[in-house]
Design a protein around this ligand. Structure first.
Ligand code: F6P
Length: 325
């Protein structure tokens, strides 16, 4: 095995708060260990185009609190092909890189997996996605901030819902997972939460809304995960209106959940995992992901991320229903 002297890192897929904190940790931990670091711009696209820059300690000054990613990010169809991967492989060899850290979500981890398996490039994945759907880490970088952002939206809408006696349906991101919806919904004390992991009985939701109305309740909030099988927030709102004729407004929070300064939890998670990824490469590990499980750093084969379904804690949903007034 060739001694690791120079590594590369990239951010790939959807951006999320905490990526810069992770980049900073990788660069500075590497400098501490005497490694050279190359940053690749625009994810795997930059790897195929050799869009690389040397990164030293001062190149990551003043970024720990910034959202987005200074390396920029992208999704690439070409990189899914052998032709694209061969280009990346050639560039990695030309740059004399002995290890690659990939910070991103599920799609990015697939890229890292193939570079290791088919092209013999040591790769380590760091889970970063607001969706929080990567198994092997209790929390993924960006999730905590996205929940806080969604919660801020819910709190503000609560003011208007109360003032106008309305039912609001708020749609949050999460792709096919309901983590953001469940956490933000529970923290916001909303009346109901629609998540893809659970089939929601619309008649029961309407029955509860009616029951609340009879008790004198004048406004309500329902949070819907974008991937819910009952449909999007507009469709669900339409169905509820048809059944019980409420005045309804729909808010789709969308991409504002992806930006913003990372909360402390995300900064610390990103810092610990970035540093752990460098340790992992130095130990000669490859084709792995790093994660935080019960506050301990763990490594797993990278495919664990998609071969294992990350379970959502449905007792939180039950609790939200018990406590909804
Ligand atoms: O995976 C992160 C995420 O923000 C999802 O929650 C969302 O479904 C998707 O990315 C949106 O992707 P895009 O930025 O390509 O519209």
């Amino acid at each position: 095995m060739k001694k690791v002297k120079k590594i590369a890192l990239l951010t790939s897929g959807g951006d999320c708060p905490g990526l810069n904190a992770c980049i900073r940790a990788v660069v500075r931990k590497s400098a501490h260990e005497g490694l050279k670091v190359v940053g690749i711009r625009r994810g795997f696209i930059g790897l195929m185009e050799k869009d690389a820059l040397e990164m030293g300690v001062s190149s990551v000054s003043g970024i720990i609190h910034q959202g987005g990613t200074i390396l920029r990010t992208a999704r690439s169809e070409l990189f899914k092909t052998k032709r694209g991967q061969k280009r990346a492989f050639d560039n990695i060899k030309e740059l004399d890189i002995q290890g690659l850290i990939v910070i991103g979500g599920d799609g990015s981890f697939h890229g890292a997996y193939y570079l290791n398996k088919d092209w013999d490039i040591p790769t380590i994945g760091v889970p970063a996605t607001i969706d929080n759907d990567i198994a092997g880490s209790d929390f993924n970088i960006g999730f905590a901030t996205a929940v806080n952002t969604a919660l801020e939206g819910i709190d503000k809408i609560r003011d208007t819902a109360t003032s106008h006696d309305r039912l609001f349906i708020i749609e949050v991101m999460g792709r096919t997972s309901g983590f953001i919806a469940l956490w933000a919904g529970l923290a916001g004390g909303v009346e109901n939460i629609f998540i893809p992991e659970l089939k929601t009985d619309l008649d029961e939701v309407c029955r509860k809304l009616e029951e609340g109305r009879q008790r004198g309740k004048t406004s309500s909030i329902i949070v819907v995960a974008e991937g819910d099988e009952a449909g999007n927030a507009f469709e669900i709102g339409g169905k509820i209106k048809e059944k019980i004729g409420y005045e309804i407004r729909v808010v789709v929070l969308g991409h504002l959940q992806r930006g913003g300064s990372p909360v402390a939890l995300d900064r610390i998670l990103a810092t610990r995992l970035g540093s752990a990824a460098v340790d992992s490469l130095l130990k000669g590990e490859r084709g792995k992901m790093v994660g935080l499980v019960c506050d301990e750093i763990k490594t797993f084969p990278i495919e664990y991320a998609w071969k294992t379904k990350k379970e959502i804690d449905l007792s939180l949903y039950d609790l939200s229903q018990i406590l909804a007034g």
